[in-house]
Design a protein. Sequence first.
Lengths: 126, 494, 446
Amino acid sequence: MSVPEEYPADLRYTAEHEWFRPEDGRVGITAHAQHALGDVVYVELPAAGARLTAGKPFGSVESVKSVSDLYAPVDGVVLEVNPDLAGAPELVNHEPYGGGWMIRVQAEALPDGLLTAAEYRRLVEA
Amino acid sequence: MPVPDAPEPLVFELSEPGRTGLRLPAIDVPDAVAPAACLPAAALRREPPALPEVGELDVVRHYTRLSRLNHAIDTGMYPLGSCTMKYNPKINDALAALQGFAGLHPYTPGSLAQGALRLLWDLEQALCALTGMAAFSLQPAAGAHGELAGMLIAAQYHRLRGDTARRRVVVPTAAHGTNPASAAMAGFEVVEIPSDADGVDLDALRAQADGSLAALMLTNPSTVGLFEGRAAETARIVHAAGGLLYYDGANLNAIVGRARPADMGFDICHLNLHKTFSTPHGMGGPGAGPVGVTERLAGHLPGPSVRRFDRPGEPAARFAWEAAGPGSIGRMRALFGNFLVLVRAYAYIRTHGGAGLRDVSGHAVLNANYLMELLRPSLPPAFDRRCMHEFIADGRALRPLGLRALDLCKALLDRGFHAPTMYFPLVVEEALMFEPTETESRQTIEALAAAVADILAEAARDADAVRAAPERTPVGRVDEATAARRPVLRHTSG
Amino acid sequence: MERRGAEAEGRQLGEGCGYLPHTARDEAAMLEKIGVPSIDALFAQIPDEVRLAAPPEIGPGLDEQSLARLLQAMAAANSGAGLVCFAGGGYYDRYLPAAQQSLLSRGEFLTAYTPYQPEVSQGTLQVTFEFQTMIAELTGLPVATAGLYDGSTALAEAAAMARAATGRPRVAFAPGLHPEWVEVLSTYGGDGGMVPLHEVGDGRDIAAVIVQQPDHFGRVCDLGRVLRERPAGSIAIAAVDPATLGVLEAPGALGAEIVVGEGQSVGLPLGYGGPYLGFMAAADVLLRRLPGRICGRTLDAAGRRAFVLTLQAREQHIRRAKATSNVCTNEALCALAVTIYLGLLGPVGLRRLGELCLARAHYAADRLTSIPGVALAYPDDPFFAEFALRVGDAPGVIDALAARGYLVGPAIDAGSLLVAVTEKRDRADIDGLADALREVVTGAGA
């Protein structure tokens, strides 16, 4: 599965392969992560209004044979949950940075530890 | 395997209104009361359930044809590591079906069930002799059920000693998933520590070995098929910290009759009667998972249990149910255990005796090592040393051929063998775990190794053909992603 | 597999037994290939201090005939199995059709493993899908699992689901829940986790309410009303006898959100307590909290309909400590037995079964309560095919009736016991029981 832009520059990344878009507060998992997981079958997400703590699990993503925790990239409050994922979890595989977004967060501040696209790329390719 | 031309319909699709398979007796009592006359109207059924309306011949043909879509021990080998798929002796099934066993109501007074009580008592004694434990409960219905009982016993033991800090259970990352799941169900916090070919990482264990350690769960041989070289030191560390040592009996087939978990320092264990003791797997159950303990923990076992009374002047011993004491964890289930499964295990033990069971482990280990050597040119072992009753072959050896472990497994299905265990334990990449068991002949084992070599040779000529396997089974590879994304979990008529 | 040569060239059958196929020649060839002198040498890894010098003392091995003689004697010593059975308490003497028994003995069902390789397990998987469909139909809820150990543990799992789904710690139960099932709920749920329904107070810490129908005393209630009256935000759990569901309303249609029960009464032998079968069905919203295996429908690579274990990410082999439950091995063969039984009966047969047992049970209650000193324990409550009888000295009556060839029970307390009537007990059996009880109670032979 090839995704055109593997490391979009406008995003920030975690070492656990989540991305965060400061412009609109959306969060998802990276192309690298969805490839490692295989076919995503279900995403477990918190409800709008839930508080997130950076570095702590906020949900999980399931493939047929595995499940991985999702780690919050930022502190904040969940504003919106992607309504399309329940019926079409494959969006995470096909459009990890687009239609496969998971939650939209009102972030309190950008934590120091977030990686730039270049830094994340170096981590993954190491 | 015979591949049908068309899929077998669902039994609902064979339905014809008005057909029925079983004729019931007519109502023969005078002034027969009807449900509407005595039950609250609101409790009565308005719409009949959509069960199929089929005749007896429909049922017999349908399920006979379905049975022929299955691989089974009775049709071919199952070299599944950690499952111990040995032959299920038919005499054991015949004996379990005796009316005196199958027709016995669980609330029959003990005086009228002396045969059953004697069997349960004898079985408990035999399991104690085989494991070195002081007492067993035969209640648990499966290994995981026995593990949960064992974890509840550990919790009870610490609580009754007034030690309320013991909230943690440690499990190797290579452990079977039921181990951490059972510990979590019993209310413990679970910590997984690394393990390798020689056993658990002792430094990681020492870091956990403090006043909050309730228990360590282990299996020996380990899930990588090797005897835990550090077992004695592991036991010392755990006991010195005041914790208990739990034995997962899934791999007992490697050492039955030759070594006993209690002698290795284990305090609690469960056994899988559907593995080591040959009771049939029945497509996934029923099994039985008796839980055993050393003397100091015996008061915590689930109850009731069977007691034996020998009275001078009475020719035969008498047996009776004895209620659990105040330290018991309580019932793990409503009744005594999967009794008809226990009958089969008992018959198996009596067939072999002590020497026979020693031969079982001897041949199990012989067969595994022989298979390992035969496979070596095709699939090197992940750990290059003598194995016990099972071993892990390194599926990464398939990569140059463009295959994954999964592809080899599917290709074996086409050749009449069930696949080995794939991708377990999690600590070995592309793991293929083989356990031939002692009931497979040399010829069958050689045929399996030849089949693997044949698959690799085919892959060298045409890897696509191997990746398309299986093609000689009733269905090919199934779409598991759609099954999970858009679950259809029942048939809907009309 | 190829047939082997004469026994003469191999192992003497005597000490060992026929399940270990190697001849002396096989052993020698295998040891040579491995490169060890003997089988014992393969156990060098076992430390000396742990290695047993001699096999454990559990008696000699037995040939098949001797084994059969031993077990037959044990079975014969269970004289209770020869009594005319009117015992109940959650487990019933059901007629098991010959067609069902024949199908269950097929080795392709009996000796197959869990269907982890679906391509060679479609028999198992399709049966499971049919079972799930039947349970969903009987219970009136959309999704059912492949089954659990028994009714009591299925109920314990349902309670755990409710706690996880609501975040509330306690579970309430209506009176009449089988006493042993209450014990199991306490074992699983911990101290203080269970509370009788009339003690719930404002109910804000109640995760679920459990109602059994028919209850331990055979009584039938207005299940819909009882469930509607539960504390707000709690989950409605019904524990039912599937043999009644041709006559009684599906609990899902009455508001139950989880339905569990014991499958023994629809196609399993009494077997002195097991193996039995727990079943569970639930509302859609609880799908991902369900414990144990679930089978789903899909297609294979060639577009053929196929069945496969699905939603496995709930289970222990994937989620480990965070699994919905630790369940692995279940009661699959028992689920097959139930599926075949219900297929043979059909909806009409299941209804007739209920009507037959109910009619005979009410006749039995009339005959038995016409005996002086014998009365219904709950005369104002409707019952299905089982009832509680006040008899004076319940344990004494049970023993005395057994001596006369009839099994009743279990005792409920010192003075009362249960009597259940199934399709296997005809009018003559019931009249015989009445005569025997009359003798016992009026002292003519106590």
